[in-house]
Design a protein. Structure first.
Length: 248
Protein backbone atom coordinates (compact mmCIF):
# COMPACT_ATOMS: atom_id res chain seq x y z
CA UNK A 1 0.00 0.00 0.00
CA UNK A 2 2.46 2.65 -1.25
CA UNK A 3 4.94 1.97 1.55
CA UNK A 4 2.40 2.41 4.32
CA UNK A 5 2.40 -0.03 7.24
CA UNK A 6 -0.13 -2.74 6.45
CA UNK A 7 -3.20 -3.93 8.31
CA UNK A 8 -2.81 -7.70 8.29
CA UNK A 9 -6.07 -9.18 9.64
CA UNK A 10 -9.55 -8.84 8.14
CA UNK A 11 -12.02 -6.60 9.97
CA UNK A 12 -15.55 -5.68 8.89
CA UNK A 13 -17.59 -3.32 11.07
CA UNK A 14 -20.63 -1.07 10.78
CA UNK A 15 -20.26 2.03 12.95
CA UNK A 16 -22.55 4.95 13.64
CA UNK A 17 -21.32 8.45 12.78
CA UNK A 18 -22.94 11.84 13.32
CA UNK A 19 -21.29 13.45 10.28
CA UNK A 20 -20.17 11.15 7.45
CA UNK A 21 -18.08 13.89 5.81
CA UNK A 22 -16.21 14.59 9.05
CA UNK A 23 -15.58 10.88 9.63
CA UNK A 24 -14.42 10.44 6.02
CA UNK A 25 -11.82 13.15 6.48
CA UNK A 26 -10.57 11.59 9.74
CA UNK A 27 -10.30 8.04 8.42
CA UNK A 28 -8.66 9.14 5.19
CA UNK A 29 -6.44 12.04 6.19
CA UNK A 30 -5.47 10.91 9.71
CA UNK A 31 -5.65 7.11 9.68
CA UNK A 32 -4.70 6.54 6.04
CA UNK A 33 -7.81 4.66 4.87
CA UNK A 34 -9.19 4.90 1.35
CA UNK A 35 -12.74 6.25 1.58
CA UNK A 36 -15.45 5.80 -1.04
CA UNK A 37 -19.03 4.75 -1.64
CA UNK A 38 -20.08 1.10 -1.62
CA UNK A 39 -23.68 -0.07 -2.01
CA UNK A 40 -24.99 3.38 -1.20
CA UNK A 41 -22.93 3.80 1.98
CA UNK A 42 -19.59 5.43 2.79
CA UNK A 43 -16.89 2.83 3.44
CA UNK A 44 -13.33 3.23 4.70
CA UNK A 45 -10.92 0.55 3.45
CA UNK A 46 -7.34 -0.22 4.51
CA UNK A 47 -6.13 -3.56 3.16
CA UNK A 48 -8.44 -6.24 4.62
CA UNK A 49 -10.10 -3.78 7.03
CA UNK A 50 -13.47 -2.39 5.94
CA UNK A 51 -15.43 0.08 8.09
CA UNK A 52 -18.84 1.19 6.85
CA UNK A 53 -20.47 4.35 8.17
CA UNK A 54 -24.12 4.39 9.22
CA UNK A 55 -26.27 5.98 11.89
CA UNK A 56 -25.83 3.32 14.61
CA UNK A 57 -23.22 0.83 15.80
CA UNK A 58 -23.51 -2.93 15.51
CA UNK A 59 -21.48 -5.61 17.28
CA UNK A 60 -19.69 -7.97 14.86
CA UNK A 61 -21.68 -10.95 16.19
CA UNK A 62 -25.08 -9.26 16.45
CA UNK A 63 -26.46 -7.18 13.61
CA UNK A 64 -30.04 -7.38 14.89
CA UNK A 65 -29.59 -5.04 17.86
CA UNK A 66 -28.11 -1.60 17.17
CA UNK A 67 -25.93 0.03 19.82
CA UNK A 68 -25.50 3.70 20.74
CA UNK A 69 -23.28 5.65 18.35
CA UNK A 70 -19.70 5.82 19.56
CA UNK A 71 -19.67 2.47 21.39
CA UNK A 72 -17.74 0.43 18.80
CA UNK A 73 -14.31 -0.96 19.65
CA UNK A 74 -12.13 -2.09 16.73
CA UNK A 75 -8.84 -3.97 16.83
CA UNK A 76 -6.60 -3.53 13.80
CA UNK A 77 -3.51 -5.74 13.60
CA UNK A 78 -0.60 -4.21 11.72
CA UNK A 79 2.78 -5.42 10.48
CA UNK A 80 4.59 -2.36 11.91
CA UNK A 81 2.83 -0.75 14.85
CA UNK A 82 5.61 1.80 15.46
CA UNK A 83 5.43 3.02 11.86
CA UNK A 84 1.63 3.15 12.04
CA UNK A 85 1.83 5.18 15.24
CA UNK A 86 4.34 7.59 13.71
CA UNK A 87 2.30 7.97 10.51
CA UNK A 88 -0.89 8.80 12.38
CA UNK A 89 0.90 11.36 14.53
CA UNK A 90 2.51 12.91 11.45
CA UNK A 91 -0.94 13.32 9.92
CA UNK A 92 -2.22 15.20 12.97
CA UNK A 93 -3.72 12.31 14.94
CA UNK A 94 -3.41 12.03 18.71
CA UNK A 95 -2.82 8.34 19.51
CA UNK A 96 -1.89 7.13 22.97
CA UNK A 97 1.70 6.08 23.60
CA UNK A 98 2.80 2.64 22.46
CA UNK A 99 2.56 0.06 25.24
CA UNK A 100 3.32 -3.62 25.62
CA UNK A 101 0.30 -5.70 26.63
CA UNK A 102 1.87 -8.80 28.13
CA UNK A 103 -1.41 -10.71 28.36
CA UNK A 104 -1.63 -11.05 24.58
CA UNK A 105 2.04 -10.36 23.72
CA UNK A 106 1.31 -7.28 21.62
CA UNK A 107 2.50 -3.69 21.34
CA UNK A 108 -0.53 -1.46 21.03
CA UNK A 109 -1.85 2.07 20.93
CA UNK A 110 -5.34 3.57 20.88
CA UNK A 111 -6.91 6.44 19.03
CA UNK A 112 -10.51 7.71 19.11
CA UNK A 113 -12.41 8.80 16.03
CA UNK A 114 -14.62 11.93 15.99
CA UNK A 115 -17.62 9.96 17.34
CA UNK A 116 -15.67 8.38 20.19
CA UNK A 117 -15.16 4.90 18.75
CA UNK A 118 -12.01 3.24 20.09
CA UNK A 119 -9.53 1.95 17.51
CA UNK A 120 -6.67 -0.19 18.79
CA UNK A 121 -3.68 -0.85 16.55
CA UNK A 122 -1.42 -3.72 17.60
CA UNK A 123 1.47 -5.93 16.54
CA UNK A 124 2.63 -9.16 18.14
CA UNK A 125 6.05 -9.17 19.75
CA UNK A 126 5.88 -12.88 20.59
CA UNK A 127 8.25 -14.33 18.00
CA UNK A 128 9.23 -17.94 18.78
CA UNK A 129 12.83 -18.92 18.09
CA UNK A 130 11.95 -22.44 16.97
CA UNK A 131 8.88 -24.48 16.07
CA UNK A 132 6.74 -25.33 19.06
CA UNK A 133 6.86 -28.95 20.28
CA UNK A 134 3.79 -31.16 20.25
CA UNK A 135 1.38 -30.05 22.99
CA UNK A 136 1.85 -31.76 26.34
CA UNK A 137 -0.60 -29.97 28.64
CA UNK A 138 -4.31 -30.50 28.04
CA UNK A 139 -6.46 -28.94 30.75
CA UNK A 140 -6.03 -26.95 33.95
CA UNK A 141 -7.77 -28.14 37.12
CA UNK A 142 -7.81 -25.22 39.56
CA UNK A 143 -8.13 -26.09 43.26
CA UNK A 144 -10.07 -23.74 45.55
CA UNK A 145 -9.97 -24.17 49.36
CA UNK A 146 -13.08 -24.11 51.59
CA UNK A 147 -13.91 -24.53 55.24
CA UNK A 148 -17.25 -26.05 54.20
CA UNK A 149 -16.82 -28.16 51.07
CA UNK A 150 -20.44 -29.35 51.06
CA UNK A 151 -21.72 -25.77 51.05
CA UNK A 152 -19.27 -24.91 48.29
CA UNK A 153 -20.48 -27.81 46.16
CA UNK A 154 -24.07 -26.65 46.56
CA UNK A 155 -23.09 -23.07 45.68
CA UNK A 156 -21.20 -24.04 42.53
CA UNK A 157 -24.13 -26.22 41.47
CA UNK A 158 -27.04 -23.92 42.30
CA UNK A 159 -25.54 -20.47 41.66
CA UNK A 160 -22.68 -20.95 39.20
CA UNK A 161 -24.31 -23.69 37.12
CA UNK A 162 -21.72 -26.47 37.58
CA UNK A 163 -22.53 -30.18 37.64
CA UNK A 164 -21.30 -32.49 40.39
CA UNK A 165 -18.85 -34.93 38.87
CA UNK A 166 -17.78 -36.42 42.21
CA UNK A 167 -18.25 -35.49 45.86
CA UNK A 168 -16.96 -36.57 49.26
CA UNK A 169 -16.62 -34.78 52.58
CA UNK A 170 -13.36 -33.01 51.68
CA UNK A 171 -13.60 -32.82 47.88
CA UNK A 172 -15.98 -31.67 45.17
CA UNK A 173 -15.19 -32.20 41.48
CA UNK A 174 -17.36 -29.73 39.56
CA UNK A 175 -17.85 -29.56 35.79
CA UNK A 176 -19.37 -26.95 33.52
CA UNK A 177 -18.91 -27.37 29.77
CA UNK A 178 -15.13 -27.89 29.31
CA UNK A 179 -14.13 -26.53 32.74
CA UNK A 180 -13.44 -28.68 35.81
CA UNK A 181 -12.86 -27.12 39.24
CA UNK A 182 -11.70 -28.98 42.35
CA UNK A 183 -13.21 -27.76 45.62
CA UNK A 184 -10.93 -28.92 48.43
CA UNK A 185 -10.90 -28.68 52.21
CA UNK A 186 -8.90 -25.77 53.64
CA UNK A 187 -5.95 -27.15 55.63
CA UNK A 188 -2.48 -26.09 56.77
CA UNK A 189 -1.09 -26.60 53.27
CA UNK A 190 -4.18 -25.13 51.57
CA UNK A 191 -4.76 -21.82 53.33
CA UNK A 192 -6.15 -18.49 52.24
CA UNK A 193 -8.18 -18.10 49.05
CA UNK A 194 -7.69 -19.06 45.42
CA UNK A 195 -8.50 -17.61 42.01
CA UNK A 196 -8.65 -18.60 38.38
CA UNK A 197 -9.91 -17.27 35.03
CA UNK A 198 -12.15 -18.82 32.39
CA UNK A 199 -12.57 -17.88 28.72
CA UNK A 200 -16.28 -17.70 27.85
CA UNK A 201 -18.32 -17.27 24.69
CA UNK A 202 -20.49 -14.36 25.90
CA UNK A 203 -19.51 -12.44 29.03
CA UNK A 204 -22.70 -10.37 29.09
CA UNK A 205 -25.01 -13.37 28.80
CA UNK A 206 -23.17 -15.21 31.58
CA UNK A 207 -23.17 -12.06 33.72
CA UNK A 208 -26.95 -11.86 33.38
CA UNK A 209 -27.34 -15.54 34.29
CA UNK A 210 -25.18 -15.28 37.42
CA UNK A 211 -26.76 -12.01 38.51
CA UNK A 212 -30.21 -13.63 38.32
CA UNK A 213 -28.96 -16.47 40.55
CA UNK A 214 -27.55 -14.11 43.18
CA UNK A 215 -23.81 -14.52 42.55
CA UNK A 216 -21.48 -12.10 44.33
CA UNK A 217 -20.60 -10.02 41.28
CA UNK A 218 -17.68 -7.60 41.54
CA UNK A 219 -18.83 -5.25 38.80
CA UNK A 220 -20.32 -5.33 35.32
CA UNK A 221 -18.43 -6.65 32.28
CA UNK A 222 -15.68 -4.30 31.11
CA UNK A 223 -13.88 -4.28 27.74
CA UNK A 224 -10.10 -3.84 27.83
CA UNK A 225 -7.67 -2.62 25.12
CA UNK A 226 -5.95 -6.01 25.08
CA UNK A 227 -9.00 -7.69 23.57
CA UNK A 228 -10.86 -9.12 26.56
CA UNK A 229 -14.27 -8.25 28.01
CA UNK A 230 -14.46 -9.61 31.55
CA UNK A 231 -16.09 -9.53 34.95
CA UNK A 232 -15.31 -11.14 38.31
CA UNK A 233 -17.19 -12.87 41.08
CA UNK A 234 -16.34 -14.00 44.59
CA UNK A 235 -17.70 -17.34 45.76
CA UNK A 236 -19.16 -17.91 49.21
CA UNK A 237 -15.69 -18.03 50.87
CA UNK A 238 -14.01 -15.29 48.83
CA UNK A 239 -12.30 -17.28 46.06
CA UNK A 240 -12.23 -15.16 42.89
CA UNK A 241 -13.24 -16.24 39.39
CA UNK A 242 -12.72 -14.06 36.32
CA UNK A 243 -14.87 -14.73 33.26
CA UNK A 244 -13.34 -13.26 30.09
CA UNK A 245 -14.59 -13.08 26.50
CA UNK A 246 -12.02 -12.46 23.73
CA UNK A 247 -13.08 -10.04 21.02
CA UNK A 248 -11.52 -8.53 17.94
Amino acid sequence: MDGKPAITAPVMRFIGVADAARSSVFYQDVLGFDVGEQEGAIEAVYGPARIRFGTQDYAPDNWDEPRPRGSAMLFLETDDVAAMHAAIRARGGKPTELEKVNWIKMRMFEIRDPDGHALWFGQSYNQPDSPSPAPMMRQALPELPFDDVAAAVAYYRDVLGFRINYQQHDLGVMDRDEITVLLIARADRHKGIGSFAVYVEDADELYGELRAKGANLQGEPVSHPWGLRDFRILDLEGNRITFAQPFE
